[in-house]
Design a protein around this ligand. Structure first.
Ligand code: HEC
Ligand code: HEC
Ligand code: HEC
Ligand code: HEC
Ligand code: HEC
Ligand code: HEC
Ligand code: HEC
Length: 329
């Protein structure tokens, strides 16, 4: 009885869900407007940007043949596709493409001249500007100029790690793991993708998992620390150190992190520990923050507490033994 109705009912329901799913999707595809509307809230030039996104935001693009009215469809080069959501959640979400790119890109194929133009540098807009003083762009550039990447090739620039989709993360982080993954993805965009890597060097491919196989449980480490923890020089003046050093200078000693004066207090947990010091006072901040790192919670204050506990137990034992001796006598 139950089976007689239940099975057809489930069947009809599934078909229904499938059907509505397809209708929903195809209506979404015909009409990208609702998504664009949400971008209009953060950018006044959404329609102007569509002149570029109609190719750079899609897997394919169309070329009208004016002679005979045909429309040719072509694949977009994958490396030149930028999802709109990424662009409109980046730091420069309020920008027009033309703010940084020449209007000559209106033509297709794109002419040579704009390609050869020197791109803007971050400091052209952010350097020596009080509004951005908290980031200390000047210091960051100073460090970058000494990094392995700049020393290796002039082709490298801040944009290689801070492309259109870049948005500040560690400064506002509510989820440290997500920030670690975000920051590591920046490095891995080349160090796990030889196509990108070889654009900038003649070196052989480096297998990151292999070169780090001395780390026990590599995956766990890469989820809990950033590449820059081990590869940059500590600098207290900026939140994110930018001096990437040659591999010989990378952190290898376990105790650099797994100890009471962990370097992570000066790198990964720097912002939280600063904030926490403001909010809860120094001692609490130290105790709280060090609890993040295994092995590191053997800190002064906890040590003191354990000494006191040990002392009390010892005294208790002593009292007990004395009583027994006194009673016997
Ligand atoms: C008809 C499709 C189409 C449109 C519209 C389009 N592009 Fe492109 N763009 C491409 C393709 C395909 C490439 C890669 C091939 C090439 O470099 O010519 C490209 C490459 C580029 C490059 C890389 C050039 C280089 O040599 O490094 C830039 C920058 C660029 N486009 C910017 C823009 C901007 C800005 C707009 C909007 C004003 C725009 N494009 C509109 C298709 C398009
Ligand atoms: C804040 C400045 C800025 C804005 C805004 C901007 N770009 Fe770019 N874009 C650059 C720079 C600088 C480069 C060169 C990056 C490099 O050298 O690695 C670049 C590179 C590109 C490339 C070449 C691909 C690549 O990775 O080198 C394309 C395509 C492109 N931009 C398209 C766009 C489109 C489309 C928009 C608007 C939706 C846009 N850009 C908005 C600064 C900007
Ligand atoms: C053409 C000028 C220009 C260039 C080039 C430029 N920026 Fe910006 N940037 C701006 C402006 C203007 C804003 C503020 C945008 C807004 O509020 O919508 C901004 C915002 C930011 C922010 C967020 C600031 C905040 O407090 O919200 C960061 C971080 C940033 N840019 C980093 C960079 C980096 C890194 C580079 C180089 C890779 C760069 N910018 C290149 C003009 C520029
Ligand atoms: C090798 C990669 C790399 C290069 C090159 C690079 N950065 Fe960064 N940068 C990062 C990473 C990773 C972060 C951390 C992002 C986050 O979590 O907010 C960062 C963060 C920043 C921040 C935000 C810091 C804060 O206090 O919140 C600024 C500003 C910045 N970079 C500017 C620059 C400038 C300017 C250059 C070039 C002179 C540059 N970066 C070159 C990787 C790089
Ligand atoms: C745009 C591509 C790109 C990105 C992004 C990038 N790198 Fe690199 N990196 C390279 C290239 C190319 C080299 C080799 C330079 C050379 O020696 O020719 C290199 C070299 C290095 C070296 C030096 C290795 C040695 O032999 O001494 C270290 C360490 C390094 N990168 C770490 C990082 C870290 C950490 C990040 C992220 C913060 C990062 N890289 C982001 C391309 C990149
Ligand atoms: C716990 C510290 C630590 C972390 C985290 C770490 N590295 Fe390393 N890395 C090292 C050490 C130490 C070496 C030197 C290994 C050697 O010489 O054999 C090294 C070597 C390298 C090299 C040079 C390899 C070669 O053979 O030339 C690159 C590139 C590199 N790391 C990139 C990264 C990237 C990208 C990440 C993040 C995904 C990362 N590292 C995370 C410590 C670390
Ligand atoms: C750059 C800092 C750093 C370095 C260097 C480092 N670690 Fe770690 N390690 C961490 C962090 C952070 C975690 C994750 C802690 C957690 O799970 O709360 C971790 C986790 C571990 C774990 C896993 C603990 C568990 O919960 O399963 C082991 C084991 C470990 N590390 C051993 C080592 C050894 C051995 C070395 C040296 C070869 C080393 N680590 C070097 C930061 C580091």
């Amino acid at each position: 009885m139950l089976r007689k109705y239940l099975i057809p009912a489930i069947f009809t329901l599934s078909i229904g869900i499938l059907f509505f799913g397809i209708v929903e999707r195809s209506s979404g595809m015909d009409n990208p407007e609702p998504a664009l509307d949400s971008f209009r809230l953060i950018n006044d030039f959404v329609d102007e940007n569509e002149a570029c996104f109609k190719c750079h935001g899609e897997q394919k693009f169309q070329l009208p043949n004016e002679e005979d009215g045909r429309v040719l469809t072509r694949n977009m080069c994958p490396d030149y596709i930028f999802p709109r959501e990424d662009y409109y959640s980046g730091n420069h979400k309020s920008f027009m493409c033309y703010d940084c790119h020449s209007a000559e890109y209106d033509n297709f194929p794109h002419p040579l001249e704009p390609r050869l133009e020197e791109p803007w540098a971050c400091l052209d807009c952010h350097g020596y500007d009080e509004d951005y003083a908290q980031y200390n762009f000047e210091k960051i550039e100073e460090e970058y100029l000494q990094s392995v990447h700049h020393l290796a090739t002039e082709e490298f620039s801040c944009w290689k790690c801070h492309p259109h989709s870049y948005h500040i993360s560690i400064r506002n982080t509510e989820n440290l793991k997500a920030t670690i993954a975000y920051d590591n993805a920046i490095c891995l965009s080349c160090h796990a993708d030889f196509n990108q890597f070889q654009l900038l060097t003649d070196r052989e491919e480096i297998n990151i998992m292999q070169t780090h196989d001395w780390l026990p449980n590599e995956t766990l480490h890469f989820q809990n620390v950033r590449c820059i923890e081990c590869h940059t020089k500590i600098n207290e003046d900026i939140l994110v150190a930018h001096l990437v050093q040659p591999k010989e200078k990378a952190v290898r000693l376990c105790s650099k992190c797994h100890s009471s004066n962990s370097i992570l207090m000066h790198t990964l947990y720097k912002f939280q520990s600063r904030e926490a010091r403001g909010e809860y006072g120094f001692i609490n901040a130290v105790v709280m923050n060090e609890a993040y790192v295994i092995g590191a919670n053997r800190n002064k204050y906890l040590n003191m507490i354990s000494v006191i506990l040990f002392g009390l137990t010892f005294l208790g034992l002593l009292a007990h033994i004395s009583f027994r001796i006194i009673k016997k006598v």
